[in-house]
Ligand binder design. Sequence first.
Ligand code: H79
Length: 594
Amino acid sequence: MKRILFIVCFAVTCFATGAQGMEEMWDSTASKKEHPDIQWFKDAKFGLFIHWGLYSKLAGTWQGKNYYGSGEWIMNQAKIPVREYEQVAATFNPVNFNADEWAQLAKDAGVKYMVITAKHHEGFSMFDSKVTHFDIVDATPYKKDPMKALSEAARKRGIQFGFYYSQFQDWHEPNGGRNTWDFDESKKDYQQYYREKAIPQLKELLTNYGPLGIVWFDTPGGMTKEQTQRFINELRKLQPKSLFSSRVGQGLGDYKDFGDSEVPPVPIAGAWESIYTHNDSWGYIAHDMNFKSSDEIIKLLANVASKGGNLMLNVGPDGLGNIPYYSVKYLKATGEWLKRNGESIYASTAGFIPAQPWGVTTAKPGRLFLQVLNRPANDTVLVPGFINTVSKVYALDGKMRLPFVKKGTDLYVNMATVKNVHCPSTVLVVEYKGAASAYNATAPVTVSAAFENNMIDAIFAKTNGNAKVQSLTYSHYFGDWKHTTCVTDMLDPGDAAGFAVRITDPGDYKLLLEYACPQESANQEGSLEIGDKTFLFRTLRTSEYDHKAPLLFIKHPVAIFTVAKPGIYRIVVKPFKQGKELFKLKSIIVEPIK
Ligand code: H79
């Protein structure tokens, strides 16, 4: 079954912990048995996440003050006392909620599963619960259970339905996790909270809403590994087919979730998911307008699929039950692209050709899909390291055959006849004979004059001395986490980052270093070597690395280099002399000079 062997060890050591360190090591599927019903999830590739609760009504504002953290955190950020927060329920009346409209949007967007917050950290139940009165039926003028209607509307359209449930954090309960402004954390009995609220409510969810594809846990706490296993076993009995997310904690769960807004840099084996929100906040905030365009969503989806995972994209409906205008618009546009190109996404596996300046790859037996995200100026798509014999190449949309030539293991596809209609990813299909080759993580990075710029990502660095490749996590002010892979810990000339690049065209190129640099690292000398030339530069200050603030990168031009002969070049970046960390190097950008 496993025809492709990926290099995953790097990813497992460096990327197994989730964002903000809240998630423990997750046992990779290599060492444990997969859930027997995991296949639908592996094939799904695209899911819709929905954050909806009382915070959606507050919309980022409490008592006239605007909050810019993620919307569902407002109770915590404004330290709203439980008794006052309960009053919000009395005004929560989502009269515009329409289960069929939401489910139809999901269908039109092309998602295969949907996960909605049944209860977030605020502790409010968005479903009819007998365990508490702090739920949508008992405590709001709405009085109905929207989850019932939504679960049915989704299933009717062939969409797997699941619940997000905050199993540990519950700011409404004296014994729930993390409300420190009303309750003394040291006096809490988490087990009592699990016994009296979380477990009985999860049982309600697993009993009253039909078959659940997923139970999506988040921010585990208060349980040992043994207790977590017993918790899982108890819930499993109700719905053995339901998949549990890895944030159930303690390395357990049926598939791996990366940190919020994190995509692993290399292909990862096994079932996994990247989660992103459409703008910057998970729960609705009136003043968060930073929505990703459909082009950005499609690129993200192609990128996640090229690593072998699913993208679950979040939307935050408002307190009346309206999904934001731009979410509707861009989700529908994503669905339009998927209608024509979904064959290259759904049920695909990671591509076996590493990222190229033109884009990324996904695969199915006998077919490699080229997701051309940047069209080459000369219309020639180079697929290096293609070992198999090619039988034909065509554009996925329209099936037009394309000419190709093979020179050794270099496959050149000419896409000149593909109409240049606006398309975020033009998908080309390469049909080939034999079994897929292995992903070559050490292949040189391609640099070509056919692109305005070529990015050599830090992930491809071979490091010496103390230098290392690390995923850095930091928050922008909304609280959405960002993750950037950088070369760090370059303090002396022995701490070097080396990159093997294959430059395919002669000519002049400008080299820019993209890095982040705090005050204490600024003004230091570094060097960049390429071929037999050495270029010196002095670092410029950008920002400090503080995980609660944006990490700012500069693109610093350091060299012009003439390539007389196409071929493999080695680029080395290092400090000129011993000092503080030189900078955090994100990438080297190579721009052909026309
Ligand atoms: O549901 C979404 C988040 O609310 C949840 N996971 C996703 C899917 C999540 N729970 N905890 N965290 C994420 C990490 C907590 C981050 C915090 Fe903050 C840092 C809380 C307080 C400081 C972010 C920034 C939220 C408020 C400010």
